[in-house]
Design a protein around this ligand. Structure first.
Ligand code: COA
Length: 359
């Protein structure tokens, strides 16, 4: 091995030399601050220098791994190393061994120097590893992850489920005590370094298809009827309703029958002994503060008027909702322990029972 002079890593630099700018790792790469390189020990002094610098990161970040073991693997002819280099300093990398015939790589070591961790470099590094190997036709990544690293690997798409046939890897890879075997499968057609633009293209295709078969992109102008004082309009007069395939399947006879039943129920409610506080709207003489507290008032007279307007209550539940609100308002305004509270409770129970029995 020729003599080499290691270049400084951020392990050996003071914090003042560390770029802690807010730009992302991707932008740093675009600006030439960050670069990635896959190298092997080809005996050139350049590669040896780089490998020694990466070895320094590994031995510091993986203190349980014997240094000799790290050196042996990194410098043999079977292993390759993907380096992440920032401002010409090796700040981390992944050492892996490709098993081309079996279609997988084994990740031996992976680390980012401590001062550069949790800034997104570890993820970016793994993305480069995926892209590099995908291009060479290798789609399975295996590694023995120790407990501290499991979450990081999971976030990069590794799982404990191994889909690669056992005979392809068993006996070929180094098994570690206390580590869990994890696998990541990369897709041959996914450009891992350019997922956003791939997703954008997929979204465009999908949107074009949706436009072809739907009218969801057509926006009709808002309704002006209500501004002009109208209270009720026919559903089919709303633009876009018919075009959306809506069919008027309201059974008029059924609604008329419901109006009759609700009319009868209302008479019973008005005659109930607990209905006395609800016969008419609360007057300000009785309760000057009432309308500051109750924002949505309703009383039996108002319900009668609505019923008389015909087809306001097109289901019995809308009718019951008004009655429940009337009782709720009363409880809220008068409070627990008052006679009004008790009367509202009893009347509500009576109304629920009565309305639920309407067929
Ligand atoms: N445990 C749990 N989560 C971790 C983690 C750890 N040890 N290291 C990173 N993460 C999470 C990050 O919070 C981040 O999550 P997010 O995407 O939800 O924000 C995600 O993993 C990626 O983080 P990133 O900043 O890209 O990772 P990194 O640059 O810190 O590098 C390691 C991750 C594991 C390579 C780095 O922490 C390291 O060198 N650790 C020591 C050596 C080691 O354990 N190597 C792995 C076994 S060989």
């Amino acid at each position: 091995m020729p003599t080499v002079t290691p270049v400084a890593t951020t392990e050996t630099l003071g914090p003042e030399n560390i770029d802690v700018g807010k730009i992302t790792a991707k932008e740093e790469k675009e600006r030439g601050i960050l670069r990635f390189e896959v190298i092997t020990n080809d005996s050139t002094s350049k590669n040896l220098e780089l490998l020694i610098n990466l070895k320094n990161v590994f031995s510091k970040q993986l203190p349980k791994m014997p240094r000799e073991y790290i050196v042996r693997l990194m410098f043999d002819r079977f292993h390759e190393s993907l380096l992440i280099i920032k401002n010409n300093n090796v700040i981390g990398g992944i050492c892996f061994r490709p098993f081309r015939d079996q279609g997988f790589i084994e990740i031996a070591f992976c680390a980012i120097t401590s001062s550069e961790q949790v800034k997104g470099y570890g993820s970016f590094l793994m993305t480069h590893l995926k892209e590099y190997n995908r291009k060479t036709g290798i789609y399975h990544f295996l590694t023995f992850a120790d407990n501290f690293a499991i979450e990081y690997f999971q976030k990069q798409g590794f799982t404990h489920e191994i889909t690669l046939a056992k005979e392809k890897w068993k006996g070929f890879i180094q098994e570690y005590d206390g580590g869990s075997l994890m696998e990541c499968v990369v897709h041959p057609n996914v450009t891992y370094l350019d997922i956003p633009s791939m997703v954008r293209r997929q979204r465009d295709v999908l949107n074009a298809k949706i436009r072809e078969i739907s009218t969801s992109h057509l926006v009709n102008p808002g309704l002006k009827f209500f501004k002009n004082g109208e209270r009720r309009i026919a559903i089919e007069s709303i633009r876009g309703i018919k075009e959306s395939g809506w069919i008027n399947n309201v059974d008029e006879a059924q609604i008329q029958n419901l109006q009759i039943q609700l009319g009868k129920a209302l008479v019973e409610i008005k005659n109930h002994e607990d209905s006395w506080p609800f016969q008419k709207a609360v007057s300000l003489d009785e309760a000057p503060n009432y309308y500051n507290v109750v924002k949505d008032p309703v009383d039996l007279q108002m319900i009668s008027d609505r019923l008389a307007a015909n087809n306001y209550y097109i289901t019995k539940n809308i009718f019951l909702a008004d009655l429940k609100r009337m009782c709720n308002n009363c409880r809220e305004f008068n409070g627990e322990g008052t006679v009004y509270f008790e009367v509202a409770d009893r009347l509500e129970k009576f109304c629920k029972n009565l309305i639920n029995n309407i067929k």
